[in-house]
Design a binder for this molecule. Sequence first.
Ligand code: AMP
Length: 137
Amino acid sequence: MASIFTRIIRGEIPCHRVHEDAHVFAFLDIAPLAPGHVLVVPRQEVEFLHQLDDAHAAALGAALPKVARAMLAATGASAYNLLQNNGALAHQAVPHVHMHLIPRFEDGRGLGIGWRAGQIDHGEAAALAARMREFIA
Ligand code: AMP
């Protein structure tokens, strides 16, 4: 069954469209954290960012600054967050990759962040980075 975002892209469910091209579709979030909260969605319907093919990943990357400029111009905001959740454990509700572009205003409207910074363990970090390099190579 098609995801709710695929159904929006097909025009089966209404949305406030912001941008579209061959690979990407952007529209306003129906429950915005602030006015102008945009979702940027690849047409390819996969759950996780790492499942995107190169063409959709590249198009998504190219669309984000374009949509961000439009969002800033339309809202008057000067700050914003880019959020992308992968997996229900990471707060993903809709299993179709999407980027949130969320304007942040002086009065606090926007994304609230609970950032629990830890202390790096350099031994563990060196091993993890090495494993990632090996995987990429
Ligand atoms: P996430 O938690 O990252 O999966 O976020 C999913 C987002 O999709 C939420 O912010 C919802 O408000 C938004 N959303 C769900 N249904 C719709 C819809 N029909 N139109 C616009 N946004 C939607």
